[in-house]
Design a protein around this ligand. Structure first.
Ligand code: ZN
Length: 155
């Protein structure tokens, strides 16, 4: 275990134990569900979009430490941001998680989220980390198309 690994583990455990923006929002907040059946991770995301900003969000999660931590860290990273800015964070995060060797330079801009790249050592858990992100992508799609969101299932 390197010092970086220890630090990463601490950040992940902190988010797992103290999830940010946990809970629900009343209608008319947009509600989107996501699941990763392979691991048993499930979440329900509630979003309030105003003037092209993610004004508020709450998420109910049930699952492993990786999916819960990723959810909490994502919530913290995107809350209050402009939607186009959120697109960029999603893109950078997915790029970091899906790049086979190392991480792209842009990963440094992700702050604490960079801690999740340790998960890449366990390929089966990458889906746990990506679940909230894919659910957010579906949510933003629904916001932009004004169509209901579909449940996201990781395959
Ligand atoms: Zn999981």
């Amino acid at each position: 275990m390197s010092v970086a690994d220890d630090l990463y583990r601490e950040i992940i455990l902190d988010h797992y134990r103290n999830p940010r923006y946990k809970g629900e929002l009343p209608p008319p907040a947009l509600k989107v569900e996501g699941a990763n059946p392979l691991c048993g991770d499930e979440l329900v995301m509630y979003l309030e979009v105003k003037d092209n900003h993610l004004a508020d969000l709450r998420i109910k999660t049930q699952g492993c430490s990786i999916s819960c931590a990723s959810t909490s860290m994502m919530a913290e990273a995107v809350k209050g941001k402009e939607l186009t800015e959120i697109d960029k964070i999603i893109e950078q995060f997915k790029e970091m998680m899906l790049q086979k060797n190392g991480a792209p330079e842009s990963a440094e801009e992700l702050g604490d989220l960079e801690a999740l790249q340790g998960v890449k050592k366990y390929p089966v858990r990458i889906k746990c980390a990506l679940l909230p992100w894919n659910t957010l992508i579906e949510a933003l799609k629904a916001v932009r198309s004004h169509k209901p969101a579909e449940k996201v299932i990781m395959e």
